[in-house]
Design a protein around this ligand. Sequence first.
Ligand SMILES: [Zn+2]
Length: 356
Amino acid sequence: MLLLAVLVTYVYGGFAQRQLGIAPPLAYAVGLGFVVCLLGSVLLHELGHALTARRFKIGVRGITLELLGGYTELDREAPAPRVDALVALAGPAVSLILGGLATVAAVTLPDRTVAGEIAFQLAASNILVAVFNVLPGLPLDGGRALRAGLWALLRDRNRATEVAAWAGRGLALVTGCAVVLLFQSRVLTLFGLVFILLVAVTLWRGAGQSLRLARMTRRFPLIDLAVLARPLVAVPSGTSIAEAQRRAHAAGPTRAGLAVADASGRIVALVDGTAAAAVPVERQPWVSVDAVARDVSALPALRVGLAGEEVVRVVQAHPGAGYLVTSGEDVVGVLHVADLVELLEPRRVQRRTAAR
Ligand SMILES: [Zn+2]
């Protein structure tokens, strides 16, 4: 983004020198001013999404600005298609209004002046942002509006997301082919070609992400902690790693996790399997499990009765490799995030294992 900001400042500064006859230091200041205006426009676009979301009591985690667009991170999905559509379209609406105001300014202000030039550029860029973003394919705003419509129609949010994501991939393909044709017929410069191709690739990948998320969300109801959690084999504090592993094997299930219990038998820490495996085999009889265990108070906990979506929400809020599974006061098992990923994305995990 910084590189792009420098590039735009440089190109626009050069333009200001040639077309507006401004001396170099000021010309680049005008270029930088244009970058600031662009960022301001993107911020207002995102604020359109964020404030509309908050009106419907959806929290906003953050807004990320990029020179040619940003994104607003919401803390949950819209509860209904209508809200989804309104939040999605609020951004392009703001851009369209800004573009309109800037157009009026550009027409009113005298030609070949700094203010007139910036107004024209702002008008062009805001209208471009508005039009590009309402194209009907995920992850664009128009794609979200399309999904909202399909969601209302099909009454299945995941299916709607999948269709809108494929529309996004279609848009990316059409954009890619169109710019190559435009470049071949010399309408577009090489810079334009590379730039729009980058946009198309970003669009394709964004659509892929949406598709992946929809497929995962479809599998959320399969999450059952009673099945997914690995049972624990508890050993007293001070036991060596080698002895603890021997007991774990003797206990039967290879999936079991190792835990450390205090004198009263209460589980106080979980053994980190990776850390334990990192201890050289010849040292394992001499190193205590406590050295490779994590205190249970430091680990996020999941109640065994939690529904699939709630489990995912906790995992997203506290990213880590392992989670305690509790029933009342008792620790009954451990959830490995890898097991959860395998459940949600079996194909991807299989493919990765096959590639190894
Ligand atoms: Zn937007």
